[in-house]
Design a protein around this ligand. Structure first.
Ligand code: AMP
Ligand code: ZN
Length: 113
């Protein structure tokens, strides 16, 4: 399958990996929109959060825990940070492999643009 995040997960494409285990990868976004901008993915290909049922329940929990751990390790918890999963055209999803943006290091407005 021609999916850029599958290729990152299986190391066909290089990325700056922050955390990895058998099922999960967290790597730096190549085009950061905040001083800290990471992407957390399941290595298994699912298109978006709409297909979360295709992942084992414990993997979904593991991804959220990994996000929490990394945010603390990188001291994002002090000032606040944002976790975003753009879903579909209207939300600007450009890569159709489920990913959670982890954004930190600056102030974030609400509502988002
Ligand atoms: P989205 O637009 O929400 O689907 O997010 C996709 C994100 O993937 C964007 O922020 C891109 O900058 C990022 N991205 C695309 N290609 C790569 C890559 N090869 N390595 C790291 N991040 C990437
Ligand atoms: Zn994929």
């Amino acid at each position: 399958m021609d999916c850029i995040f599958c290729k990152i997960a299986n190391k066909e494409i290089k990325s700056e990996i922050i955390f990895e285990d058998d099922e999960i990868m967290i790597f730096k976004d190549v085009n950061p929109v905040a001083p800290l901008h990471l992407l957390a993915i399941p290595k298994k290909h699912v298109e978006s959060i709409l297909e979360i049922d295709k992942l084992e329940d414990d993997l979904t929990v593991k991804i959220l825990k990994a996000i929490s751990d990394i945010a603390k390790e990188m001291n994002m918890d002090k000032e606040g940070f944002r976790v975003v999963t753009n879903t579909g055209e209207g939300a600007g999803q450009s890569v159709k492999h489920l990913h959670f943006h982890i954004l930190g290091g600056r102030k974030f407005n609400w509502p988002p643009g």
